[in-house]
Design a protein around this ligand. Structure first.
Ligand code: KIV
Length: 291
């Protein structure tokens, strides 16, 4: 997509070239995503599990999310920055939801994402009325982990699949500019994608969605403890990083790091004034020195 990506350009991408979304949680990961040319950077509440070490996404607050959104925004990506609204930030009242969304927008997001279907229509409408673009999220909604009884594929029975289709239509009708479909059968994702006028972004929802989303740490292989079926790893960054730090540790312990070339030096004049004949003593070649 040419130029800075906006919610309307994502909305207009329905049925076109597949849309690409990844998560990022800080400036370096935002730069990685943006340099790779993704369309959307999601500052997901997955930050709770992927970065902050929590067991679920329920632990992060609006303040936590704003902290990470601001770090991503400081990288000034051309990709659209979408901030996840954390658990309980849009459940209490629509006024509360609009205020919390404003905090995330002021931190640097250009849109927010929230989980749920028909029950979220009033809050989506209130946010859209406040000029906040909203992305929906259906299927496996991790903020409902306790109510769902675990992280499970959703919409596997006809009734549940029909409910998901109705939910997607309700979200699109309420003004969502795109909808994430997480862990639903491919066939259900295809029905939803064909049945709504806004793009669907799949994660564990098969190839027929309008786009795909993955957690950056999963696709990089930086998170290697759990590998869901739908994750494809494009690198082994954790393995490479452990090897790199182990090599550094071995060099330090063998006194092979730092080298003289990686050290600062006094000028000959100052060294002489201090009575140091350091270079001869250290066996270094002054010709290779840097000041
Ligand atoms: O928080 C997150 O990373 C998400 C994606 C899995 C879509 O919501």
């Amino acid at each position: 997509m040419a130029g800075n990506v906006t919610a309307p350009t994502i909305r207009a991408g329905k049925g076109g070239a597949p849309l690409v979304m990844v998560t990022a949680y800080d400036a370096p990961t935002a730069r990685i995503a943006d340099d790779a040319g993704v369309d959307v950077i999601l500052v997901g509440d997955s930050v709770a599990m992927v970065v902050l070490g929590y067991q679920d996404t329920l632990q992060v607050t609006v303040a936590d999310m704003a902290h990470h959104v601001a770090a991503v925004a400081r990288a000034r990506p051309r990709a659209l920055v979408v901030a996840d609204m954390p658990w309980l930030s849009y459940h209490l009242s629509t006024d509360d939801a609009v205020g919390n969304a404003a905090t995330l927008i002021r931190a640097g997001a250009a849109a927010v994402k929230l989980e749920g279907g028909q029950n979220r229509v009033p809050v989506v409408e209130a946010l859209v009325d406040a000029q906040v673009p909203v992305m929906g999220h259906l299927g496996l909604t991790p903020q409902s982990v306790h109510a769902l009884g675990g992280y499970r594929v959703q919409g596997q029975q006809a009734e549940a699949a029909t409910a998901l289709i109705d939910d997607a239509r309700a979200l699109a009708g309420a003004g969502c500019f795109a909808i994430v479909l997480e862990c639903v059968p491919r066939e259900v994702a295809r029905l939803i994608t064909r049945g709504v006028a806004v793009p669907t972004l799949g994660i564990g929802a098969g190839p027929d969605c309008d786009g795909q989303v993955l957690v950056l740490h999963d696709l990089l292989g930086l998170e290697d403890r759990i590998v869901p079926k739908f994750v494809r790893r494009y690198a082994s960054v954790k393995v490479d990083a452990v090897a790199a730090v182990a090599a550094y540790a071995a060099d330090v312990r063998a006194r092979a790091f730092p080298s003289d070339a990686e050290s600062y030096h006094l000028s000959d004049e100052v060294a002489t004034s201090l009575g140091i004949d350091g270079f001869a003593a250290m066996g270094t070649d002054p010709a290779t020195r840097t000041a």
